[in-house]
Design a protein around this ligand. Structure first.
Ligand code: 7RM
Length: 627
């Protein structure tokens, strides 16, 4: 147990100086079918191998390992959006369901190493499907339920998934979302998919394609309740999760078994300071990495009780989250700044109506938390008594990297404070030299860590290029964020340094939205930038040039918004559409996004404009805003 900042510093030093000893000790808590020969092999950077030679299984370590002591303890507490839908699954029950579904997959011919696309609402069966894949060594590729059919097609094809697991429908703010219909659309263009397993969730009418589609409840009937966990190599692929980069094509982040298991386990344990009787609630959707690591794998590997809520925070009313906290006496609550800002807007009445005294610890993730939101969260939700852990990490890092430790690290609103054990984070200049305190630069990680991504699915070259090329001579991982350390050494994350937006805590590539826009018949050119948005953090602003014969106006703007929603999903739909006859470009033809950002934010442009090819373009754009 760590109690003081000095003890943290000592243990931190040890974790950096003797990483193999440190992580070897942590890994010893798990069940291994065969112990590793070597904790870290970093002979062939940037391709790390952790716990080489070991054989283990994450599903076993999340379930079977706890059965003796925690068989009757709730593993998952679930609440559906329709208010009467409630379920609790104990560790014994979850284990049984996972074994049965693993047998279903085996019966369907799924083999270790096959990739399975999962497109489901936030229901217990989603966790069951994940853990069943992990049990037999199938690689899950979860696609967030808010993505549209073309986005699904890209991800299924990139991963060559043979199976899809989905549901008939799901609920969002009382509205039915017809998931299976979207899957049917997508599967017209996915040659690798053989079967689709469909959970009955919303009981809406759907088409079942004979020979391809199978009902979850049919295939589960009679499936054996025993399924041994496959003895998998430490580096056996666990999952692929797509995330946006600075090009239009999403990157398939690959995580593997043992390092991810050890990393998410230890961060969950220390950052959320879990106690045996705790009810822990991370509000993320499992379709994002936060849900993978801190709704499912991290909490279950710790034998914790993890709460899942299917729906929207403001359904049927804006106090839904707080009624859940009260009902289940939630002790640890982990959410995103965008949600906190929405709650602030909805007013203090909603949280005040409920007894939130069970809360002991609050967490934040996804984007920098503005001090105003931090203070509101601390006072109104935490009653002034709960520490806030502001956790910085990425899909790529697998687990939390920079974070306070509750009760140990003195926090400052807006700072993620210090690196977690084993994380050698630094702020460097463009040559990789560490910058003095107070100077902003690139956030890098100088040493490998267990839960790091191993590659981009099927694209080692892009993996090297995106994360390792910039500081190749030093061997540093480039996070893609800017950061600065203050006079006390605290890390402050400044945001992305590339063309990736952070909309409501979700990564979105401006290029992806641009590609969607230019695919519309009316659009000849498009540029997308972010602007400051009160609730979302960043909003999406699109500047579009229409082809001859197409008319600008509200009707066209609405059509383009809908088009982006259909092509990618609701999170990508532009908040602003600006029509312009031309875009401000440099003489070499690069769109000057900085200037577009100024227009979108409604501020004057300062700084160098000498490279602008045609100053008139900007003047026209601004003039149009005033029309
Ligand atoms: C977990 C997650 C990663 C990007 C990352 C940052 C931003 C995340 C924080 C943060 C400031 C934080 N994975 N980010 N957490 N910025 N403070 N505590 O969000 O892959 O979807 O996004 O999110 O820019 O690079 S992610």
């Amino acid at each position: 147990m760590i109690r003081t900042q000095e003890e943290y510093q000592q243990l931190y030093r040890k974790s950096i100086d003797l990483p193999e000893k440190f992580w070897g000790d942590v890994a010893s808590e798990f069940h291994w079918f065969r112990k590793w020969d070597r904790v870290l092999n970093w002979e062939n950077p940037p391709f790390a191998k952790w716990f080489e030679g070991g054989k283990t299984n994450l599903s076993y370590n999340c379930l079977d390992r706890h059965l003796a002591a925690r068989g009757n303890k709730p593993a998952i507490i679930w609440e559906g959006e329709p208010n009467e839908d409630r379920r609790v699954l104990t560790y014994a029950e979850l284990h049984r369901e996972v074994c049965k579904f693993a047998n279903v997959l085996l019966n369907q011919g799924v083999k270790a190493g096959d990739t399975i696309a999962i497109y489901m609402p936030l229901v217990p069966e989603l966790a069951i499907a994940m853990l069943a894949c992990a049990r037999i060594g199938a690689i899950h590729s979860i696609i967030f339920g808010g993505f549209s059919a073309p986005a699904l097609v890209d991800r299924i094809n990139d991963a060559s998934s043979k199976f899809v697991i989905t549901a008939d429908g799901s609920w969002r703010r009382g509205n039915l979302i017809e998931l299976k219909k979207i899957v049917d659309d997508a599967l017209k263009n996915t040659p690798t998919v053989k079967n689709c397993i469909v959970l009955r969730r919303a009981a809406n009418a759907i088409d079942m394609v004979s020979g391809r589609d199978l009902w979850w409840h049919d295939v589960m009937t009679g499936a054996s309740e025993y399924c041994s966990a496959a003895e998998l190599d430490s580096e056996h692929p666990l999952f692929i999760l797509y995330t946006s980069g600075s090009t239009g094509k999403p990157k398939g982040i690959l995580h593997t078994t043992a390092g991810y298991m050890v990393g998410t386990h230890l961060t969950t344990k220390y950052v959320f300071d879990l106690r045996e009787q705790d009810v822990y609630w991370c509000t993320a959707d499992i379709g994002w990495v936060t849900g993978h690591s801190y709704v499912v794998y991290g909490p279950l590997s710790n034998g914790a009780t993890t709460l899942m809520y299917e729906g929207a925070p403001n359904y049927p009313d804006v106090d839904r989250f707080w009624s859940i906290v009260e009902r289940y006496k939630v002790n640890v609550f982990y959410t995103a700044p965008t949600a906190i800002r929405a709650f602030m807007k909805w007013g203090n009445e909603a949280p005040k109506k409920h007894d939130l005294s069970s809360l002991r610890l609050l967490g934040s993730v996804g984007e920098p938390i503005n001090p105003e939101a931090w203070i509101w969260y601390h006072e109104i939700i935490g009653g002034g008594r709960c520490p806030i852990v502001d956790t910085w990490w990425q899909t790529e890092t697998g687990g939390i990297m920079i974070t306070p430790l509750p009760g140990i690290t003195p926090t400052k609103p807006g700072s993620a404070t210090f690196p977690f054990f084993g994380v050698d984070a630094a702020v460097v200049d463009d040559k990789g030299e560490e910058l003095p305190l107070g100077q902003g630069g690139f956030l890098v990680i100088r040493k490998p860590w267990p839960s790091m991504l191993r590659t981009l699915w099927g694209d080692d070259a892009r993996f090297r290029e995106v994360y390792w090329a910039r500081f190749a001579d030093k061997g540093y991982y480039m996070a893609g964020d800017g950061a600065v350390r203050d006079e006390d050494g605290y890390f402050w994350i400044l945001g992305r340094i590339d063309d990736v937006l952070n909309v409501s805590g979700h990564r979105l590539s401006t290029m992806e939205v641009e590609s969607a826009l230019v695919a519309h018949e009316a659009v000849v050119e498009a540029a997308v930038v972010g602007f400051n948005h009160e609730v979302k953090g960043e909003g999406v602003a699109a500047f579009v040039t229409l082809g001859p014969g197409f008319e600008k106006g509200t009707k066209m703007a609405d059509a383009l918004k809908k088009h982006v929603r259909d092509m990618i999903g609701a999170i990508a739909a532009p908040d602003q559409i600006h029509f312009s006859e031309a875009l401000p470009k440099t003489r070499s033809g690069k769109i000057m996004r900085r200037l577009l950002r100024d227009v979108a934010n409604g501020v004057e442009s300062k700084g160098d404009m000498t490279t602008l090819e045609d100053l008139n373009v900007l003047a026209k754009l601004r003039q149009q805003e005033e029309e």
